[in-house]
Design a protein around this ligand. Structure first.
Ligand code: ATP
Length: 224
């Protein structure tokens, strides 16, 4: 009998810096969806936002520090090794090459990122390469744009185990513990000389403190 491998979770992001709002939901998805692993993939050049506040190598190092010791969490630097804008569809194609045609791939996105999905490069191709798992994130829940609604309907599944049956093509909305933490909030605290302790792992905070990162106030400041 052929054995289908367990799905791989893929959490892409700017991780500027990584925080507990990324880590705790990722662990819950690893367990609830019975994933083989969750791969954290920091982008080199984000497609939809300004230049990150620290280098891609620093953001990747912070990811490594944050997940050290957690079995089945993997730091993946493939976007750092690619030239040009980091498009998720290219990342999924490269993962598909590595993991073969049978392994289910699950692209994990927060509900806020998911609402913007139709603006992503070749977004309709993403469900040819992977499933999409949408994590509920705190904040006013805005309606999904109608172009997405029509696209979701035929793909939506309500059972985590449905993601195990085929390699790609389904969309699952999965509630996770709501942690109202954002990298923006952490950068604002640091720029103000306040402590972001307990919003992110101690090892990540120590690295930031050692190198006095994030000392300039971000241009966008939602806390003022
Ligand atoms: P910023 O505040 O700089 O916009 P961020 O905290 O949203 O950053 P990203 O690296 O952009 O972090 O997020 C990567 C992915 O993790 C996105 O899909 C995003 O929706 C999701 N995410 C980030 N924070 C949370 C959170 N607190 N709960 C659930 N999902 C989250």
């Amino acid at each position: 009998m052929s054995h289908v491998p367990r799905p791989i979770g893929i959490l892409g992001g700017t991780f500027d810096p990584i925080h507990h709002g990324h880590l705790r939901p990722a662990l819950e998805l690893l367990e609830m969806l019975q994933l083989a692993e969750v791969r954290f993939i920091p982008c080199r050049i984000p497609a939809h936002r300004g230049t990150p506040h620290i280098t891609a190598e620093q953001r990747f190092e912070l990811v490594q520090l944050a997940i050290a010791g957690q079995p089945d969490f993997v730091a993946d630097d493939r976007e750092l090794r690619r030239e040009g804008t980091s498009y998720m569809v290219d990342t999924l194609a490269s993962l598909r090459e590595d993991f073969g045609q049978e392994t289910p791939l699950c692209l994990i996105v927060g509900a806020d990122a998911f609402r913007e999905l139709y603006t992503w490069h070749r977004w309709r191709d993403m469900t040819r390469l992977a499933h999409i798992v949408v994590m509920q994130r705190p904040g006013a829940s805005q309606p999904v744009p109608s172009v997405l609604e029509e696209w979701i309907a035929p793909r939506r599944v309500h059972e985590a185990l449905m993601l195990h049956g085929k390699p790609a093509g389904s969309i699952l909305f999965q509630p996770v513990t709501q942690l109202d933490i954002s990298a923006t909030q952490i950068r604002v605290l640091l720029a103000r000389g306040q402590s972001p302790r307990y919003l992110l792992p101690e090892a990540v905070l120590a690295y930031i403190a050692d190198r006095t990162l994030y000392r300039r106030l971000p241009v966008l400041n939602p806390l003022t």
